[in-house]
Design a protein around this ligand. Structure first.
Ligand code: BGC
Length: 551
């Protein structure tokens, strides 16, 4: 396996700074063996689709052996492939096919926690109190008589106590599901083992890593413990939170950077770090991970002030980090954008809040205007793709898929839903993709689909959209192709176009104009390159974006 590419140019090294990255949730992308679960050969079979879409890279959510207590983010073995998803040989075949198509490969690294079936955890359970094996996890004595009560009142992000008993008076800590015990990053063996994992995948030709919960690894569990009501609010600007975003976490990433730099080009990393915006720069430090996700765009409403403020903040971030920012409308943890933008909002309500209330707490289903949501989602992606930096596209958004808000309760898999009688969780954005308009699981595979697809998905199928120049898939393809020609240099200038229009200009006279108001507006003079919807008498209607070449 080659890890060194002779003659690498600066452009090769910096590919990620402006990349369009397509997020694949492997279990729901394409199923080659007909068992109802997507797999790596399924991805290989769809490389032509990804190449035609025009993305620069794919990021694969975890495909490692896992009992799937949290969709694969509960990892049993970091250096293998889940047998239901394929083999290491299948991974190599897939990576080679993607690389041959000019598409880079990013894998997900989950360092905050293992699964409870990881050999380390099984050993820690068996080895008992005071054992070396217990040092690899965050384990403490319980409180009360014989340690029968948890060490403190801290709660898990998925609900319930953050502590589980080990049966001998000791308890292990888990930020997420109880099947996801948190690792102890003060332990040198944990640190060394993850460096081995990074090299394992980098040696296999992986181009980069998405680092899950990057801000959670280092914890201060010194006593006395702060009460949960103080700890529950996770964002602090001063690094003083006992569980999140502690300064020392960057020592780990400096060690990882040394590993990344063993390769030519250096391996890339992007941090998933839900931190106070003022502290995001640390994760994007070139001496650390190098790039940090900016989730602000997926929190924003389809609203001019929101978009403008979000873009300005993202660009200001770049001034501090010297990296580039990331733009995204969705991911495997967020209600689909085409639905969010079609939700009815009362004055003062935010779409993300309303979506969460509906999807995460089994509230009454609102009347979603899917046509409006899709029109706005199409307008929004043209804005994102016209921005400097890197854009992440969640699988299925290029088809305009809506959230599946009415999955039957017995079909739900997300631990957020499984652990609660009221929450629906995140499965609604993880329903397998429709490839064909008919057939078992709409071309996802020859068998069923691990989450049921609604009949309405047929209309969104790739097959239905491919030959239609007005489809959302065609819009994405055209936009990605144009972006790769037009995106030159990081500059962005705002053009003042009044209170209802977002108007920005990029080098070479590339203008991106979005009408957030109710009435059609005039377009700038120039050559019309692309619009997210039809013009009305030559003017740009509501909820529509146009790209115009002005020079
Ligand atoms: C992933 C989630 C996952 C959690 C725990 C997140 O940030 O994106 O899907 O549940 O980490 O690993």
């Amino acid at each position: 396996m080659t890890t060194v590419a002779p003659g690498t140019t600066a452009l090769d090294r910096d590919w990620w700074k402006t990349a369009t990255v397509y997020q694949i949730y492997p279990r729901s992308f394409a199923d080659a063996n007909g068992d109802g679960m997507g797999d790596l050969p399924g991805i290989t079979s769809r490389v032509d689709y990804l190449a035609a879409l025009g993305v620069d890279a794919v990021w694969l959510s975890p495909f490692y052996p896992s009992a799937l207590a949290d969709g694969g983010y509960d990892v049993d073995d970091y250096r293998d492939v889940d047998p239901r998803l394929g083999t290491l040989a299948d991974f190599d075949t897939m990576a080679a096919a993607l690389h041959a198509a000019g598409i880079k490969v990013i894998v997900d690294i989950v360092p905050n926690h293992t699964s409870n079936a990881h050999p380390w955890f099984l050993e820690a359970v068996a080895a008992g109190r005071g054992s070396r094996a217990r040092e690899r996890y965050v384990i403490r004595d319980g409180s009360g008589a014989h340690g029968a009560e948890p060490p403190n009142d801290w709660e898990s992000l998925f609900g319930g106590s953050a502590w589980e008993p080990l049966g001998d008076g000791q308890w292990y800590f888990h930020h997420f599901a109880r099947e996801q015990p948190d690792l102890n990053w003060e332990d040198p063996e944990v640190r060394a083992d993850f460096r081995t994992t990074l090299r394992f995948w980098a040696d296999r030709g992986v181009d980069g890593f998405r680092v899950d919960v990057a801000h959670g690894l280092v914890k201060d569990l010194s006593e006395p413990y702060a009460p949960w009501r103080e700890v529950a609010e996770t964002l602090r600007a001063d690094g003083s939170h006992p569980l999140w975003d502690r300064d020392d976490v960057h020592e780990i990433y400096a060690e990882w950077r040394a590993v990344f730099n063993e390769y030519d080009p250096p391996r890339f990393a992007v941090a998933e770090a839900a931190v106070h915006p003022s502290r995001r720069a640390r994760y994007a430090d070139p001496q650390g991970l190098g790039q940090a996700f900016n989730f602000a765009m997926q929190e924003a409403d389809f609203d001019l002030a929101d978009f403008r403020a979000t873009i300005e903040a993202g660009l200001a971030d770049v001034e501090v980090t010297g990296s580039t920012t990331t733009w995204l409308l969705g991911c495997h943890d967020t209600p689909r954008v085409a639905t969010r933008y079609g939700l009815p909002l009362a004055a003062g309500e935010r779409a993300q809040q309303v979506a969460r209330q509906w999807l995460l707490s089994d509230g009454r289903a609102p009347e979603v205007d899917l046509a409006l949501g899709l029109r706005r989602a199409r307008a929004a992606i043209l804005v994102l793709l016209a921005l400097p930096g890197s854009t992440y596209i969640y699988q299925g958004d290029e088809l305009g898929l809506p959230e599946v808000g009415d999955l039957p309760p017995e079909a739900l898999q997300d631990p957020m839903a499984v652990r609660s009688s009221t929450e629906k969780g995140r499965d609604g954005c993880r329903v397998p993709l429709p490839w064909t308009t008919t057939g078992p699981s709409l071309g996802f595979g020859s068998g069923g689909s691990h989450l049921p697809q609604p009949a309405s998905f047929a209309a969104y199928a790739v097959e239905a959209q491919e030959g239609d120049p007005t489809s959302t898939l065609s819009l994405y393809r055209q936009a990605l192709a144009l972006r790769s020609e037009l995106n030159r240099g990081p500059e962005l200038h705002w053009v003042d176009a009044g209170p209802e229009v977002l108007d920005l200009e990029r080098p070479g006279g590339w203008r991106c104009v979005t009408n957030f108001g109710p009435r059609p507006v005039d377009l700038p003079t120039g050559r019309l390159l692309l619009t997210s919807g039809d013009l009305v008498d030559g003017r740009l209607p509501a909820d529509t974006t146009a790209w115009v070449a002005t020079s």
